[in-house]
Design a protein around this ligand. Structure first.
Ligand SMILES: [Zn+2]
Length: 135
């Protein structure tokens, strides 16, 4: 039995490469010596490929997949559809991604400096969304 206890949470974080380098190395060493742990890791990797939905999983995914700047722009204009809007809400507010919040603040500033352009862009988004919904 290895002396270090490695939790399932840690293994997931290991898969996502979100542990400190030292801890990553410890887990790597432990994995080399432990067949059951390797199997556990393989199972977790499979699960996460199939879209696990634990809160931790969602959190990490949210963290790993930052929306693009144009998605942030659309979010700011209220031009995103339900699920996408919720995802960005989650990413920005619950996860509190600092990169994206900084990006958003930057976009906000640019838009408040150009209100006319913003109105035109919103019109564009609304009309294309309407177009897509038509049969
Ligand atoms: Zn982000």
């Amino acid at each position: 039995m290895p002396r270090t206890t490695i939790t399932e949470e840690e293994l997931r974080a290991y898969l996502a490469e979100q542990l400190p380098a030292e801890r990553m190395a410890t887990i790597e060493r432990t994995l080399r010596d432990s067949e059951p742990l390797r199997q556990q890791l393989a199972t977790l990797a499979r699960d996460s490929d199939q879209g696990g939905v634990t809160v931790g999983e969602v959190w990490r995914r949210g963290r790993l997949s930052c929306p693009t700047r144009s998605q942030l722009g659309a979010y700011l204009l209220g031009a995103l559809e339900g699920a996408q809007h919720e995802y960005l809400d989650f990413h920005l507010q619950t996860v509190g991604c600092r990169v994206c919040n900084a990006n958003l603040a930057d976009l906000q500033q640019a838009q408040s400096a150009a209100p006319e352009k913003q109105r035109r862009r919103r019109k564009y988004f609304e009309s294309s969304a309407g177009y897509l919904r038509r049969d």
